[in-house]
Design a protein. Structure first.
Length: 368
């Protein structure tokens, strides 16, 4: 055991945090960063200019606390989502991680459970530990599929307080049919299960893919979580949000810290929402690069999963960690998610994607 861990263990840490390691994808200084599903296309110039102007304006009022209800931002987010939603349906926080944490604070906690279906977003169990919620690992079928029937059966049997459905799923990239969401919601009627559909990557889905937002009317325990970190290229600004029945937003008001969304964050997010055309054009290019990765990896004899997100999960590697290291040595950082035979890569710009594909092909050709 290293010194630091020993010192940590001497503290009176809560027992459900003992032995955990913090979320931590490596942050390395490498020319091509394709490891944490960021938007690789940067913030377009007109969006940057709008943000700068809005932040400068907000700076004049920084002596005052920000609008605790961030009403203008909630209106703009409702307008962006459509589906007949208004500001009473919307809640936001510093990244969707914080929204998810607030949901666990309000609906999870000691004596309560949250069900996820690994492999899925690695923060779900950490958010559960942090709120003293017991995390239950559900099961997927062959090829990491999750059918409506299997998911509903597990919810009926386990009666969790909360279910996480990640669609498109991280790390596999594959979306869930709305039949799964409907079946899980119905299966949770008796246990009053809160159903979270994490749609962090929804904007990258193939055209015509429906959102779980369409299922919100009449389902007061359904929450659809979104973020501006991906399609809106704002991972650094930290703005995540959810849409649900107004009473869900009221529940999250009970656990949020006062003034949790800074005036700078609100101004930044509003400016990006008002100038989203260029951002959405970049999303289209990212989808093109994602589809190109899928077809090129297939040509190389690997097995990429169908992806509705801005990254591709691919198998068929004998020694994924070595390939990850070789790519890193070539200046390309991707993600080893610890799943045998697999790696995950974020779709880059055309140049970055070409560099990844070329490096990978030569690494695979030089392996005996
Ligand atoms: N959900 C999923 C599935 C994610 O992959 C991520 C980030 N990688 C998040 C939520 C959280 O994103 P943020 O806090 O930046 O909104």
């Amino acid at each position: 055991m290293n010194d630091q861990l020993e010192r940590l263990n001497r503290l009176p840490l809560r027992s459900n945090l003992r032995g955990l390691t913090p979320y931590g994808a490596p942050q390395l200084d490498v020319p091509i960063l394709l490891n944490v599903n960021e938007n690789t296309h940067g913030v377009p110039a007109d969006v940057r200019a709008a943000i700068t102007a809005a932040v400068s304006e907000a700076a004049m009022g920084l002596n005052r606390y920000p609008d605790r209800e961030f009403t203008e931002l909630r209106k703009a987010l409702a307008d962006y989502l459509g589906h007949g939603l208004d500001e009473t349906n919307i809640w936001a926080a510093n990244g969707s991680n914080e929204v998810l944490q607030q949901i666990l604070q309000a609906f999870g906690g000691p004596g309560r459970t949250a069900l996820g279906f690994p492999p899925t977003y690695s923060m779900y169990p950490l958010l559960a530990s942090g709120t003293d919620t017991t995390y239950i690992k559900g099961e997927r079928e062959e090829g990491y599929e999750l059918s409506a029937e299997s998911a509903a059966r597990q919810v009926r049997e386990l009666k969790p307080g909360i279910v996480f459905l990640c669609s498109p799923n991280n790390p596999t990239g594959t979306g869930l049919g709305l039949d799964v969401v409907e079946a899980v919601y119905e299966a949770g009627n008796e246990s009053q299960t809160i159903v979270i559909v994490d749609e962090a990557y929804h904007e990258f889905a193939h055209d015509g893919t429906p959102s779980a937002l369409t299922l919100l009317p009449g389902r007061e325990r359904l929450i659809v979580s979104r973020t501006m970190s991906k399609a809106f290229a704002l991972a650094g600004a930290r703005l995540g949000y959810m849409a649900a029945a107004p009473e869900v937003a009221d529940a999250l008001r009970l656990v949020r810290l006062p003034y949790h969304l800074s005036a700078i964050t609100q101004a930044t997010a509003l400016a990006a929402l008002q100038h989203r055309e260029a951002l959405m054009a970049d999303v289209e290019d990212i989808k093109k690069q994602r589809d190109r990765i899928v077809s090129e990896l297939t040509r190389m004899g690997l097995s990429p999963a169908a992806s509705d997100s801005n990254y591709v999960f691919f198998g068929g590697l004998e020694n994924p960690h070595q390939v990850w290291q070789d790519l890193l040595d070539a200046g390309v950082l991707i993600r080893d998610v610890g799943i045998p035979g697999h790696l995950r890569v974020t779709a880059g710009t055309e140049t970055e994607t070409t560099a990844f594909l070329t490096s990978l092909e030569s690494i695979l050709a030089n392996r005996p």
